[in-house]
Design a protein around this ligand. Structure first.
Ligand code: GRG
Length: 312
């Protein structure tokens, strides 16, 4: 496991990528042609304030394994972050999670209104593909096409959207004749599959984008994908642990299965200690997956531990 002395470089690298991708997205919004201030303002609200920028970081660092510089990776990183931000805007809507706060600020539909939030999300979804297809960068057209296909698959019905649908179904939203919404009792395997689609697909796409930009060999792509799968699973378990711990502190009760009621989570299935043990296993898996890259992959390995340990 990386020592605490080796953590500052990760924090620096995350901050550097966050700054670069934020500036890139800001420029893309300015060039987008959004009419008037309301739509552009809502899109800026959704993208420019806060966020760990973990997915762009994974794009940049995966590409760096193959000697691709951060500037060349930036369109793919920004496009992926646009998709991520759109998913958060739509996930927060009353029809989905109905959240008031995101990244410590009012959600887009609270700061603006529901229709504007829907359109801002849609705008970000399409802006992502405009960025990838854009003429201003000189990425090989075959690589660009592969990036577009990869992002579309990850964000689409076989990826994030499909996972979100499974998640809503798991909450019992579509149960016919149910008087009250009753969560389905999913197996651990079903939860893992749902989460691999809902949140894992975009994290995997980040590493796939780096591999595509770097024209990685099949073996290198497979190693990165093994890493990304482990990171995706760790990310979701850490997220669910944060939810459970946050809820328990709010209601002042012991952390446990009840706090996660209504959500299909591995914390609910494995318990807190089981989930923490799974996190330890997954970080080891992520580290092992990148062994063949040696010290070039140090930041990516550290990122896996950061994802598992994160507090927000
Ligand atoms: C509604 C189109 C649509 C999709 C929803 C991924 C998703 C599908 C919704 C996100 C809901 C959510 C909060 C899931 C938990 C995991 C997650 C994606 C957390 C937020 O990601 P971070 O921690 O956020 O990377 P920041 O703010 O750092 O970018």
């Amino acid at each position: 496991m990386p020592t605490s002395e080796s953590r500052p470089p990760l924090a620096l690298a995350l901050a550097r990528t966050a700054e670069a991708v934020t500036a890139y997205i800001e420029g893309a919004i300015a060039r987008s042609g959004a009419p008037g201030e309301r739509l552009a303002g809502a899109i800026r609200h959704a993208t420019l304030a806060g966020g760990k920028r973990l997915r762009p970081f994974l794009v940049v660092e995966s590409a760096a394994l193959f000697g691709v510089c951060a500037d060349r990776a930036m369109p793919a990183a920004a496009a992926l972050e646009c998709i991520h931000c759109y998913s958060l805007v739509h996930d927060d809507l009353p029809a989905m999670d109905n959240d008031d706060l995101r990244r410590g600020r009012p959600t887009v539909h609270r700061a603006y209104d529901e229709a504007t939030a829907i359109l801002a999300g849609d705008g970000l979804l399409t802006l992502a593909f405009e960025i990838l297809a854009g003429e201003e960068d000189d990425t090989d057209p075959a690589v660009r096409l592969a990036l577009i296909a990869s992002l579309a698959r990850a964000a689409g019905v076989a990826g994030m959207i499909g996972g979100q649908m499974l998640d809503l179904a798991a909450e019992g939203r579509f149960a016919q004749g149910a008087l009250h919404r009753a969560p389905l009792d999913l197996s651990a395997e079903a939860i893992i599959q749902l989460q691999a689609m809902k949140t894992g697909a975009l994290l995997r796409q980040a590493c796939e984008a780096g591999a595509l930009l770097g024209q990685a060999s099949p073996a290198e792509r497979a190693s990165l994908d093994r890493y990304a799968r482990a990171v995706g699973r760790a990310f979701q378990i850490a997220d669910d642990l944060l939810d459970v711990e946050g809820e328990a502190s709010l209601v002042g009760k012991a952390v446990g299965k009840d706090a996660a009621a209504g959500k299909a989570t591995l914390v609910g299935t494995l318990g807190i200690e089981g989930a923490r043990a799974e996190l330890t296993r997954l970080t080891g898996e992520a580290e092992a997956a990148l062994a063949s890259f040696g010290s070039a992959a140090t930041l990516l390995v550290e990122a896996a531990y950061f994802v598992a340990d994160r507090r927000n």
